[in-house]
Design a protein around this ligand. Structure first.
Ligand code: 13P
Length: 254
């Protein structure tokens, strides 16, 4: 597939996989994906598996991401993980503001923006998630919600930082439900977000930023979604937990 931006497909393993299970999965992925150069491929295991997964993918084309990070650098923040700790394991990407964290940990756009600044200060790349609920979509609030979340979560980033930021459009109603956004719904939301980036930053930045789609992505719908002009990759949950299904999503997207 000939795209303006290089596709980036990431697996968000969420709270799944012990170290042993994580190693099984990455060994499978290395076999499935050894020849792939066309797509940036990322796995985001739970923190407890970062160390071992990092070693296992050292000699591969797979990169490492984390699922969250503290906005602080060091200190008395029980249960938190700082950027410098992630860098020990050669983590390159950090998912921020996933809807599950917005919902269960009550993360606000202001907090996500602080985290985004901390991620950039450490020369890591944030994957910042935005997306509307079903009630918001049915109430025709999708664009308003996306704009509020994007303006809040990306507040204060420089153009250079924004160009190195990945956005993930994840409609909450499509996450883990088996209900994927139609290609038109995905393209419309992505085009809206890119237009917004043009207003918030400039056209050059807007053209450079990669926007992933997330929400029930599977091998059977990946190709159609990735063929949309403003869809530059995927953030995959459930289907990233098996080497075959994640591998097929990537192969079908090329
Ligand atoms: P599913 O692919 O399981 O719907 O999850 C999507 C997601 O939340 C990725 O971050």
């Amino acid at each position: 597939m000939n795209k303006e931006r290089k596709l980036i497909i990431a697996g968000n393993w969420k709270m799944n996989k012990t170290v042993a299970e994580a190693l099984d999965l990455v060994h499978g992925l290395k076999l499935e994906l050894s020849g792939v150069k066309e797509v940036d491929m990322v796995v985001c295991p739970p923190f407890t598996a970062l160390s071992e997964v990092s070693k296992a993918i050292l000699d591969s084309n797979i990169r490492l991401g984390a699922q969250n990070m503290s906005e602080h650098n060091v200190g008395a923040y029980t249960g938190e993980i700082a950027a410098v700790m992630l860098k020990e394991f050669s983590v390159r990407y950090v998912i921020l503001g996933h809807s599950e964290r917005r919902q269960y940990q009550k993360e606000s756009d202001a907090l996500i923006s602080k985290k985004a600044h901390a991620v950039h200060a450490a020369s890591l790349k944030p994957i910042i998630c935005v997306g509307e609920t079903l009630a918001e979509r049915e109430d025709n609030q999708t664009e308003k919600v996306l704009e509020t979340q994007a303006r809040g979560s990306l507040a204060g980033l420089s153009k250079e930082q924004m160009a190195e930021t990945i956005l993930a459009y994840e409609p909450v109603w499509a996450i883990g439900t088996g209900k994927t956004a139609t290609t038109a719904q995905a393209q419309d939301a992505h085009a809206f977000l890119r237009g917004l980036l043009g207003k918030m930053f400039d056209e050059t930045v807007a053209r450079r930023v990669r926007i992933q789609y997330g929400g029930s992505v599977k091998a059977s719908n990946a190709r159609e979604l990735m063929s949309q002009p403003d869809v530059d990759g995927a953030l995959v949950g459930g289907a990233s937990l098996e080497a075959r299904s994640f591998g097929d999503i990537i192969k079908n997207s090329i």
